[in-house]
Design a protein around this ligand. Structure first.
Ligand code: ZN
Length: 694
């Protein structure tokens, strides 16, 4: 048998009370200077030191050496009021919950008139003071207002507003607060050392969370963990399971999956959460907590350790990694979604269902709003930075291969493609689908039939996206150049971004002389640097005269890797490659027809070994279609209009020759065009780019 931790370590002096310096310091000062009031009101949440402080105050007042802020600990009074001591007759603790009636108050009033038996003061500590009836308070009023000189009152309560104003106004009110987690954690760490108990990393933060800032509650939890600890001390696993928290491994898994848009894993984790008996609401709380940590980390990557104290370093590293993959805007959005979901989860009759719907919402790229665009920007930026190095695949085969960017590109592309043709309604669907689809992948077959045509188109290559992105970002690149090298800026400010094959950006300059000058100087290097600064894209920069990409051996070389069909047209001029979309469409078109006819999405999937995530994304669009419609409701209209406009204006002139070649593919080609451009427009700001002109 051992006494509870919180009793064994109950503070005996104000200096020992943690986290309440705002109360204990002025009290100590008052004791030192002899300005002691006759009545105090200690308020605050339970378990944070009110009653303990009241006893300490009594001890200070009645110490033979006192009144002092530092009781001697040796006199009769000090010993009697010490931890585990018998108390003294002159310090009377009254629990108002059971003795708050008017009779008790009258009784108290009468006894108060007698002087203390052995000590300096007769001190009444009235606990749970809010339980005193108003009749009781009124009976006390007189004595509290003008007590005999030997009487002191200390009211302790969690609800000071229930103490009638006439009493409250006659007291010095000291509000106690919850103890800050860091402070509490340090304190618990000390206790464990004194108790010689080994505690695994990450356990104390759990204890502090469970204690909710209350010292007594935290100590009780710790006490329980210590009682159940083995020779190894308190292990993380045991603490997690005993306290009902979500294992951080589960959280890691679900957050990683969210960041990757990997719906399959997300829902597998949800299944594990439920199957292992976790409470869905608790899981969501923990998930929200984790997202909050990630938000902090993404804001202060290096200093996060100081803010998230108690988090093991390896865990911090993992979370830094997660935050980097997630992106600040998307993190914030996910946290918002989860937060909202947490509210909805309250009282839900089917918590698992709610949890799954919540996960689906997090997986969805935000359908609208600034946060949604921010999240998309995050993704695009990441994609660009990742996609840049991989040249060939991006340009040609990009559809599947797109390395980094699984989710985003696909849906955008798809919606666009659909829109141009004549299916306005179809557009919305694609977006939502990509995320969720992953898990259901196998089942997709049902949905696809109708969609098949569109899906292939979306497969759009990352390369295509890049070229559009570069065009769109060209004003920024030019602005950057302006501050780097004005001459170069003058040359290229009106240039068109004709092509990007992953390694090389080809600019079309209207003036032949300017183009020649560009090639003659080191201007390409400046542009390259500007691209790195603005888009994190490291690529060679070349300039040609006019608005078409001359056939270039290099370009061809890159192209070959891509789908065969696309190439032929491309050769004549870099155009297809340059436009990005052009090549992509052509190639896919040839292949697609076959695929579509033969095998729906399922068939396609396996083929693209390049990346699973993308794959899943691509496929999903078809089946989730319905969901998209719901969620994206507002979107479709917006997107639909833009795509047609964009492609129509710029493309026709240059593409004309090529189009002729693959007449069969024309439809696809159109789709593909739409794919790249509209997507970018939407992502980056919704302005159709006549980059070339502007
Ligand atoms: Zn003493």
């Amino acid at each position: 048998m051992s006494t509870a931790l919180y009793r064994r370590y109950r503070p005996e002096t104000f200096a020992d009370v943690i986290g309440q310096e705002h109360v204990t310091e002025p009290l100590s000062q008052a004791l030192r200077t002899g300005r002691v009031s006759h009545a105090y009101l200690f308020s605050g949440p339970r378990g944070c030191g009110k009653t303990t402080s009241a006893r300490i105050l009594a001890r200070c007042l009645n110490c033979e050496q006192g009144p002092t802020d530092n009781p001697c600990g040796e006199c009769t009074s000090c010993v009697g009021l010490a931890r585990g001591g018998p108390g003294t007759v002159d310090v009377i603790e009254i629990d108002a919950a059971s003795h708050g009636g008017v009779d008790d108050a009258r009784d108290l009033r009468e006894k108060a008139s007698f002087g203390p038996a052995v000590s300096r003061y007769k001190i009444y500590i009235i606990d749970e003071a809010h339980m005193v009836t108003s009749a009781g308070f009124n009976a006390l009023l007189k004595v509290v207002e003008e007590p005999p000189p030997h009487v002191k009152f200390v009211f302790a309560t969690t609800e000071p507003e229930k103490v009638i104003g006439t009493i409250r106004s006659r007291t010095h009110h000291y509000p106690f607060r919850l103890v800050p987690p860091v402070r509490l954690q340090d304190y618990l760490g000390e206790l464990c050392q004194r108790e010689q108990v080994q505690v695994a990393k990450g356990v104390l933060p759990l204890v502090v969370r469970a204690g909710g800032g209350s010292v007594r509650d935290s100590l009780s939890v710790l006490d329980q963990l210590i009682a159940g600890s083995s020779d190894d001390g308190i292990t993380y696993e045991r603490a997690v399971s005993l306290l009902g928290y979500t294992d951080s491994a589960l959280l890691d898994a679900v957050v990683d999956a969210f960041a990757a848009g990997d719906g399959a894993t997300v829902f597998r984790v949800v299944d594990r959460v439920i199957e292992s008996g976790h409470e869905p609401r608790r899981f969501v709380e923990d998930l929200l907590e984790r997202l909050r940590d990630l938000v902090v980390i993404s804001a202060v990557p290096e200093g996060a350790g100081a803010i998230l104290r108690g988090t093991p370093e390896d865990q911090l590293d993992r979370m830094r990694d997660q935050a980097a993959r997630y992106g600040a805007a998307e993190l914030s959005r996910a946290a918002d979604v989860v937060n909202t979901g947490l509210t909805e989860l309250t009282g839900a009759t089917a918590p698992r269902l709610q949890l799954e719907l919540l996960c689906a919402r997090v997986l969805l790229p935000a359908a609208d709003g600034a946060a949604g665009y921010g999240a998309r920007l995050d993704r695009i930026e990441r994609r660009l930075s990742v996609a840049a190095p991989a040249p060939v695949p991006a340009a040609a085969a990009p559809d599947r291969g797109a390395p980094a960017s699984p989710v985003m590109p696909t849906h955008h592309a798809q919606p666009v493609a659909a829109a141009p043709e004549a299916e306005p309604a179809s557009e919305p669907e694609p977006e939502p689908t990509q995320e969720q689809p992953p898990e259901p992948a196998p089942e997709q077959s049902p949905g696809p039939p109708a969609r098949p045509t569109t899906p292939p188109a979306p497969a759009p290559t990352p390369g295509a996206l890049d070229v559009e992105a570069i065009r769109h970002a060209w004003p920024d690149v030019a602005t950057r150049l302006f501050s780097m090298k004005k001459v170069t800026f003058m040359m290229v400010k009106d240039a068109q971004v004709l092509a990007f094959d992953g390694r090389r950006v080809t600019l079309g300059i209207a003036s032949e002389g300017a183009a020649a000058n560009f090639r003659a100087g080191a201007h390409g290097e400046f542009v390259r640097q500007a691209l790195i600064d603005v888009l994190a894209l490291d690529a060679q920069v070349e300039a040609v005269h006019g608005d078409t990409v001359p056939s270039r051996p290099g370009a061809q070389a890159t192209a070959p890797s891509a789908p065969a069909p696309a190439r032929p047209p491309a050769d004549e001029s870099g155009e297809p490659a340059g436009w990005g979309r052009a090549p992509a469409p052509a190639a896919p078109s040839s292949e697609r027809p076959a695929q579509q006819a033969a095998a729906p999405p399922a068939g396609e999937r396996p083929a693209p070994s390049s990346e699973r995530p993308q794959r899943s994304d691509a496929t999903p669009p078809q089946r989730p279609a319905p969901s998209d419609a719901r969620e994206a409701g507002a979107r479709p209209p917006r997107e639909a209009p833009s795509p047609p406009a964009a492609p129509a204006a710029p493309i026709p002139p240059r593409v004309a020759p090529q189009d002729d070649h693959p007449s069969v593919d024309d439809d696809d080609a159109d789709d593909s065009d739409l794919v790249g451009r509209p997507v970018v427009e939407r992502l980056l700001g919704g302005v159709v780019i006549d980059e070339s002109d502007g």
